[in-house]
Design a protein around this ligand. Structure first.
Ligand code: PGA
Length: 260
């Protein structure tokens, strides 16, 4: 696991956007794993800018969202399918139908989850997965105690996550209780994972997941077993890391030719 500590979230943007630019140059038909939430928004803005000003193209790429609330009507502004189109994919040149997400309105939610997982596998697998981290250490909506081998499935959100996400809704009562989420086992099959964490309220989770034992109580700790994960955190989210200085030195000595 490579840990990159930057001063501010803005400083993380070019590092992560460069990983997309490199991938799409080498493999224009790459499969991208997309995350919602506020954390990746700066990266998406930069990718939109590179598309408009530098011709970065997603025309041959496909994408899979990590998760979706259950029961939000189609087009609801906080449904993740709507969110990703508004904040990113509609502003670049993905082909119609190339942007996928779990169907939180399916009549058979259990089957929809299995179908979605199979679709990811059948696509050849995700080349670059961007992740946020919850204040409770969740990745996607894999809440604490999720099986570290889990596949895409129906989950119940914790009250902590509902409270964290209430800021996007009129009140916490509007935040759904159920979701469909890629499992930790599904996410772990991505070839390169970039997890971002910004702000003081992520510091405990970042510390536990990077430096603590691997355990279901801290779902992102499973990434310690992944062969190519890059964690990019700002100083606030890194404030509890015991090996802070080691990560800083390692990054500063990284050869210029080596990307994340
Ligand atoms: P946030 O959410 O980006 O809105 O902080 C991250 C997450 O819950 O995974």
């Amino acid at each position: 696991m490579e840990v990159v500590i930057v001063d501010t979230p803005t400083d993380a943007v070019p590092i992560v956007a460069d990983a997309y630019s490199k991938l799409l140059t080498e493999k224009p038909d790459a499969i991208l794993g997309l995350a919602t939430g506020s954390t990746p928004l700066g990266v998406y803005k930069e990718l939109i800018r590179r598309h408009k000003e530098q011709g970065l193209s997603f025309a041959q790429a496909r994408s899979f969202n990590l998760d979706e609330y259950v029961g939000l009507p189609e087009g609801h502004p906080e449904a993740y399918a709507t969110f990703i189109r508004r904040e990113f994919t509609d502003q670049v040149d993905f082909r119609p139908g190339a942007v996928k997400g779990p169907n939180g309105l399916a009549e058979d939610l259990l089957q929809a989850a299995i179908d979605y997982d199979n679709e990811i596998v059948d696509s050849g697998g995700i080349d670059l997965q961007i992740l946020g981290i919850g204040s409770d250490g969740h990745i996607a909506f894999n809440e604490p105690m999720s099986s570290l081998g889990s596949r895409t499935r129906l989950k119940t959100l914790t009250e902590q996550t509902r409270a964290d996400n209430a800021r996007f809704f009129d009140s916490i009562d509007g935040v759904p209780r159920l979701c469909l989420t890629q499992g930790i086992g599904t996410i772990m099959e991505a070839r390169h994972i970039v997890m971002l964490g910004f702000g003081e309220n992520k510091a405990d989770a970042v510390h536990a997941c990077i430096e603590g034992p691997i355990m279901a109580k801290w779902p992102a700790s499973a990434l310690q077993l992944h062969p190519h994960t890059t964690v990019v955190v700002d100083e606030a989210a890194a404030s509890r890391l015991e090996e802070h200085d080691y990560y800083k030195t390692t990054w500063s000595k990284k050869p210029d030719w080596q990307s994340i």
